[in-house]
Write a protein that binds this ligand. Structure first.
Ligand SMILES: [Zn+2]
Length: 200
């Protein structure tokens, strides 16, 4: 279990990244996020490629000096691919390759939290007035499991009075027009879009 202080630190990392990526439009494009980070390569491998699959069924990051390459197993389930890329971005941003103080299990927990927080910010659930895990899964293009978890975390967050750090306040104000209670960007349903690699 991560400490609440660590959750806050991870959220700051995510919000800084979202701010750099420019305007957060949903579903978040993990490809665009990657483009906002220097010197990272993204490569896909086939599930039957035994060299890569022996390391991971989903994906992993390899470091060459200070340059990371993310390897992702390409699969039909685009929601899973998106989450895995976001998870690997988490490992990189949180500098896990250098950290010997926390366990592998904690690193995995942190990268999972990073990914779910990046793809589904609580304030976006709030302003989009999303009312169920099913809709979260659709709008943010994440698995039902991730959507359900984020929905539970969202309910907890609202029970605490919806606290936001300064960057998240700034970000949410770029997409939400308070006087008219209106979201400023069209949010396409995942189902309306053609799921292809460019969408990742
Ligand atoms: Zn991992």
């Amino acid at each position: 279990m991560l400490s609440s202080q660590r959750y806050d630190q991870i959220e700051l990392h995510v919000d800084r990244l979202l701010r750099k990526y420019d305007l957060p439009i949903f579903p978040i494009s993990v490809q665009n996020i990657l483009h906002s980070m220097p010197n990272i390569e993204l490569k896909f491998y086939h599930p039957l490629d035994s060299i890569h699959s022996a390391i991971s069924d989903d994906g992993y990051t390899e470091w060459n000096g200070s340059t990371p390459t993310i390897y992702i197993c390409y699969q039909e389930n685009i929601k899973r691919v998106r989450f895995t890329i976001a998870h690997e971005i988490g490992h990189i941003k949180l500098q896990h390759h250098r950290n010997t103080e926390i366990s592998m299990q904690e690193k995995e927990q942190e990268a999972n939290y990073f990914a779910s927080r990046l793809l589904v910010p609580v304030w976006a659930i709030h302003y989009l007035e999303v009312k169920s895990p099913e809709i979260i899964s659709d709008v943010f293009c994440v698995s039902y499991q991730c959507a359900e978890l984020r929905f539970r975390q969202y309910l907890k967050w609202t029970a605490c009075g919806c606290p936001l750090n300064d960057i998240a306040k700034e970000l949410s104000s770029t997409v939400w027009f308070a006087p008219e209670r209106k979201f400023l960007f069209p949010v396409l349903s995942f189902i309306q879009q053609v799921p292809n690699i460019s969408f990742v």
